[in-house]
Design a protein around this ligand. Structure first.
Ligand code: SF4
Ligand code: SF4
Length: 89
């Protein structure tokens, strides 16, 4: 997978561990492998790689994940089509 470079600490992704049941669905659906499971809880290992697509939030069975799905994904796709390197959100 091509590696994108994102701005640090601007992503809106949050995970409420009180609600997390460790089902690992977020690790399955995330295209950037942001999550991993540790001790039956989701860990945001690569939070800055999140492109705010919203797939994890839509598929989390307990509503533990919140993210403001924005334009980061769209901009990343357009940049890739145009051959532009660099931050995409
Ligand atoms: S999908 Fe939700 S409940 Fe399942 S591991 Fe991820 S955060 Fe936890
Ligand atoms: S919003 Fe998309 S990229 Fe970000 S953690 Fe969820 S599935 Fe992964």
């Amino acid at each position: 997978m091509r590696t994108y470079r994102y701005l640090e600490d601007v992503v809106t992704l949050e995970c409420d561990l009180e609600k997390c049941i460790g089902c690992a669905m977020c690790t399955v659906v995330c295209p950037h492998a942001v999550f991993r499971i540790e001790k039956k809880k989701a860990v945001m290992e690569h939070r800055n790689l999140c492109m705010e697509c919203g797939a994890c939030m839509q598929n989390c069975p307990t509503g533990a994940i919140t993210v403001e799905a924005g334009e980061g994904c769209v901009r990343g796709i357009i940049n890739e089509l145009l051959g532009i390197e660099g931050p995409c959100c």
